[in-house]
Design a binder for this molecule. Structure first.
Ligand SMILES: C[S@@+](CC[C@H](N)C(=O)[O-])C[C@H]1O[C@@H](n2cnc3c(N)ncnc32)[C@H](O)[C@@H]1O
Length: 348
């Protein structure tokens, strides 16, 4: 069985100092200003709509958009469903055409959700989990108001109001935030195993105001789980397991690996690998060759997915990069504890 809790992450969740913000004034003050803006670029917003469409398998679900604004990213198929919204700004909520009802409620003042037990099939939380000062309480409440087997989908990116985001979020890397949200789910003890979604490294849409800045489209991450206690005999379409967007099929991957000695391109992301000098270390056995080739692309799916894989299998925060030994024509992973690791020996 998987080693369930990574102690330092669990401890971090229980340390209230990690949930302080640069702006500790009443949230009502910050959110009194109407923000009828898009928080993500159009490609990322579309990715969220598609993800909701994919994961909400219920026929006519009752949905809560937790921490809602003017857009709930609801796919056309679900627009006629009963959708409730909870947020801070009434003007934004009023403009939200997806919502059938809404309530203004400050979760950081009162983490209890103003809904009866088991009243929703789906709870969505989009680009807002970083503002929760008591996330375990709120996630527990999400479980309470969900029906058994109901979906809690927490979506996030890397943009934020930094003054209102909690300290631990600001100080974590994007990969660590996935682990953090997974840990919040686990800490409640009320959900089945979490799954994740990652979509990153895609080109920024040409119509975006930051197009041409060299930055890719806003990444979309999600962690989701079903409330425990689902009736196993109930007939429903199973929800998708963890998803990495843009995964290629095995055959294509093998073809790329066969050509790697010529291309020196990472078969997972097609970026040129960099020549890396094997460090001389008299105390540790290393490789016999002088040089290896490593993919240093931080958006490479092999490396991005590695964070979750290593954590799930070893409870350690680390990943691995794709490595190629040209002399022996062998591919293998090389473990890395951080994005910076190994870079000092790049010679290309
Ligand atoms: C970045 S916006 C995201 C809005 C929306 N979910 C979306 O996907 O566009 C953050 C939202 O979190 C909500 N929010 C922030 N602090 C909150 C609090 N203390 N209680 C309830 N909602 C809060 C605000 O109303 C705001 O709409």
């Amino acid at each position: 069985m998987r080693n369930s809790v990574f102690p330092s992450l669990g401890d971090s969740l229980r340390n209230q100092a990690n949930f302080t913000r640069a702006d500790e004034q009443d949230d009502a003050l910050f959110y009194s200003r109407d923000r009828l803006v898009s928080h993500l670029d159009s490609l990322a917003s579309g990715t969220i709509v598609d993800l909701i469409d994919r994961l909400v398998v219920e026929e006519n679900p009752e949905i809560l958009d937790l921490m809602a604004s003017w857009d709930s990213h609801i796919p056309a198929r679900l627009r006629s469903c009963k959708i409730n919204g909870l947020g801070m700004n009434e003007t934004e909520l009023k403009q939200n055409r997806d919502l059938s009802e809404y309530v203004v409620h400050d979760l950081n003042r009162d983490g209890r959700l103003p809904f009866p037990d088991g009243s929703f099939d789906v709870v969505l939380n989009t680009v807002s989990v970083d503002y929760m000062t008591n996330p375990v309480e709120v996630f527990r409440e999400a479980a309470r108001i969900l029906k058994p087997g109901g979906l809690f989908l927490v979506v996030f990116s890397n943009r934020m109001f930094p003054e209102k985001a909690v300290k631990i979020w600001r100080e974590s890397s994007e990969e660590e935030r996935i682990l953090l949200v997974e840990e919040i789910f686990r800490e409640t003890g009320a959900f089945d195993a979490t799954e994740f979604f990652i979509s990153k490294g895609r080109p920024r849409p040409a119509d975006d105001k930051y197009a041409g800045s060299g930055t890719p489209s806003d990444p979309v991450y999600a962690v989701y789980a079903e409330k425990s206690g689902k009736d196993a005999s109930a007939k429903s379409r199973p929800r998708a397991r963890s998803i990495m967007e843009g995964e290629m099929n095995k055959e294509m991957l093998e073809t790329k690996k066969r050509r790697i000695h010529k291309t020196l391109e990472c078969p997972y992301c097609d970026e040129k690998m960099l020549k890396w000098a094997v460090p001389e270390n008299p105390f540790e056995a290393t490789w016999e060759n002088e040089y290896l080739y490593i993919c240093f692309n931080d958006n490479c799916p092999y490396y991005v997915r590695g964070w979750d894989h290593v954590y799930r299998t070893t409870s350690r925060i680390a990943s691995y990069r794709f490595m190629y030994n040209q002399e022996k024509d062998i591919c293998s992973p090389i473990p890395v504890p951080s994005a910076k690791a190994l870079r000092e020996s790049i010679i290309d």
